[in-house]
Design a protein around this ligand. Structure first.
Ligand SMILES: Nc1ncnc2c1ncn2[C@@H]1O[C@H](COP(=O)(O)OP(=O)(O)OP(=O)(O)O)[C@@H](O)[C@H]1O
Length: 610
């Protein structure tokens, strides 16, 4: 399918926007300073001191040449003063080198610390976000833009500090030049300003281009992952998808390449043109200085000082403006990053203040609940009315897509019902602090996460504060039969799981599930929810797991979702969902007598086993 071409309109970019992005710079520096104040101030001190060295060196150079000229003409040579000057220049050169290295080192260290800090912030912020926002592609684009350019932001720090340093260098050099020849300043402006305008303009456009490609970049990342990852490898090989994925990747990348090449060429073309103007102005200045020297207005030392200063000034100014554009360009990303950190979620995100009852007394209730997923017009579930009594084990049954998992997500307040309400002991759940409410539940989803961490961590994820409580971890493993898995692994609980890392071991689907179930036992939750956690277990293991579950969670409230009726019948009551509505609700015996969908499906499965 042809992709719509994105327009590239460099002229549309506004200067004001470019400067506006700089308003985030103070906050950025505040963050860096907080990361390591001592290193930050040391860096600034080194830069400020380093900034006055160039003009000092040029000045001493001038004095050396003037002294050499004097000594050539002198009948009696006295070189003491000359050697003192040479020694001074040498000392300045050594100092400058030491300072520069110190600056690079502290830049690198600060940069590393800052980028760790940012990544941690992004992880934390992402966890604050509601599920509906996480599933939203606009949010993902923001996240992507916040995440990229972490290294760019580190460069930004050193660029801004270098900028401050260079302002001092430029000011001191300018002062030197003005004293001798104020006219040179005009030539300097002529040589620099066009380049600056050009650079600022193009930096904005390249940012706009990169920004408009956020979605596609995510797509590229995904294609790279789909084409080259252990998770997809089996099917990619089997279905011979490698070429298809590689070509799709290439097609999309080429499109971006073509557009950014066009921009880079324009930028380089105009840049070279303005540079020629700059060089012409420099040589104009050089000619002026030579004329003055020949006329006897300037000494030879003045000539070297002035031409050296002018050349340096031009380089520094050019560097200053190029860096300025790099800064505004990266600062635009900074804007994305801070916007991401400042994202505020709808007010109900954290819920109310009503304290949760210590124990569930009456139970949970869905009252006339209906729900449409965000940006969808379809009622996924509607008119849902049921009670989950305290200490009851309720099973959800229904065909694929009937809405079972959606009810769980609503119960957990991952989403708010579009209509109706959910109550806990008669209190609308919205009135509880959302995080505390969610901690009330121990949940294992059908798509539970296989953390590529140690086995211990995988179990402890159920109640991470208890990660050092070996007894509790072992207890949970025994209950879920994960201890059988542990005994087969060379490093036991310290076994690295997954294939991604050294000495990692991948497990079978059923083994992973046992570990995931241990997570539910790890938490002393009031309500347990198992959403098809046993689908990968063999029939015997599943029956055993559920029998144990029922025994071990006596006195607890639980919801079980399963497609296996031999499991489902163990529950106290069964709720049958069809097309987002409750079709039947009752005990196994009641539903069998009902002679509707449940008994039909039960008999169908039972026949399959005969
Ligand atoms: N994040 C989402 N956004 C939009 N629609 C969704 C989302 N998640 C699920 N749906 C839709 O909601 C309906 C119910 O899905 P749900 O996952 O609740 O079904 P289920 O009964 O648990 O199915 P299964 O037995 O296959 O797990 C489906 O039609 C599905 O396409």
């Amino acid at each position: 399918m042809p992709r719509p071409q994105k327009s590239l309109e460099p002229n549309k970019f506004k200067f004001r926007e470019s400067f506006a992005s700089l308003k985030f710079v103070p906050r950025f520096f505040g963050e860096i300073r907080k990361v390591n104040p001592r290193l930050f101030y040391l860096n600034i001190f080194l830069r400020l001191t380093n900034a006055v060295l160039p003009v000092l060196m040029l000045w001493v150079g001038k004095l050396i040449i003037d002294e050499v000229v004097v000594q050539i003409a002198a009948d009696v040579k006295d070189l003491d003063h000359l050697w003192a000057l040479v020694a001074a220049e040498f000392a300045l050169a050594v100092l400058s080198d030491l300072f520069s290295r110190g600056i690079s080192l502290s830049d690198a260290l600060l940069g590393d610390q800052y980028s760790i800090n940012t990544s941690v912030k992004i992880i934390r912020k992402t966890s604050e976000v509601n599920l509906d926002e996480l599933e939203d592609s606009e949010f993902y684009d923001k996240l992507e833009r916040a995440r990229q350019q972490t290294t760019g932001r580190v460069g930004l720090m050193s660029n801004i500090l270098t900028q401050a340093e260079d302002i001092i260098v430029i000011a001191t050099l300018l002062a030197g030049v003005v004293v001798f020849e104020p006219w040179l300043i005009i030539l300097l402006v002529v040589s620099i300003v066009p380049t600056m305008i050009n650079e600022v303009k193009f930096s904005g456009t390249s940012y706009s281009l990169a920004r408009s490609w956020t979605q596609e970049r995510r797509e590229l990342d995904y294609l790279r992952y789909a084409g080259a990852s252990d998770v997809t490898a089996k099917e990619v090989k089997l279905f011979g998808l490698s070429d298809y994925l590689a070509n799709r990747f290439k097609g999309l990348s080429d499109l971006y390449y073509t557009q950014s090449k066009q921009l880079a060429k324009q930028r380089a073309g105009w840049g070279s043109f303005f540079n020629v103007i700059g060089t012409t102005a420099y040589y104009g200045a050089y000619v002026l200085i030579i004329f003055r020297t020949v006329a006897g207005v300037f000494s030879l030392g003045d000539l070297t000082f002035l031409s050296g200063s002018f050349n340096r000034l031009r380089q520094k100014l050019q560097g200053f403006f190029t860096r300025f554009t790099a800064i505004t360009e990266t600062a635009l990303y900074l804007q994305d990053y801070f916007e991401f950190l400042d994202l505020s979620y709808h007010e109900s995100a954290s819920g109310g203040k009503t304290p949760l009852p210590k124990e569930l007394k009456e139970g949970l209730e869905f009252r006339n609940v209906g729900f449409k997923y965000p940006k969808s017009e379809r009622w996924v579930v509607r008119n849902i009315n049921f009670k989950l009594k305290a200490e009851e084990k309720l099973a959800f049954v229904g065909e694929n897509g009937a809405g079972k998992t959606t009810l769980i997500k609503l119960l957990l307040q991952f989403y708010e019902p579009t209509e109706g309400e959910i109550l806990l002991d008669g209190i609308p759940v919205k009135q509880f602090d959302r995080a505390a409410y969610q901690r009330y539940f121990g949940v294992i989803f059908q798509d539970f996460v296989k953390f590529e961490l140690t086995l211990r961590e995988n179990i402890a994820m159920g109640e991470i504060t208890k990660i050092n409580d070996q007894g509790r971890i072992e207890g949970a493993a025994e209950k879920s039969l994960a201890n059988q898995v542990v005994s087969e692994l060379p490093f036991g609980y310290d076994q690295q799981l997954g294939k991604r890392f050294k000495q990692g071991k991948d497990l079978s689907g059923g083994q992973w599930q046992k570990i995931a179930i241990a997570r539910a036992y790890m938490k002393d939750a009031e309500v347990l929810i198992l959403d098809e956690p046993t689908s990968a277990l063999d029939a015997r293991a599943e029956t055993e797991a559920f029998d144990r579950f029922i025994k071990l969670t006596r006195g607890k409230t639980a919801v079980i979702i399963s497609h296996r009726f031999s499991t489902v019948r163990i529950a106290d009551r069964i709720m049958v969902l069809k097309d987002g509505a409750v079709l039947e609700l009752g005990t196994h015996e009641e539903l069998m007598q009902n002679n509707k969908l449940y008994s039909e499906l039960f008999n169908l499965q039972a026949a399959g086993y005969k």
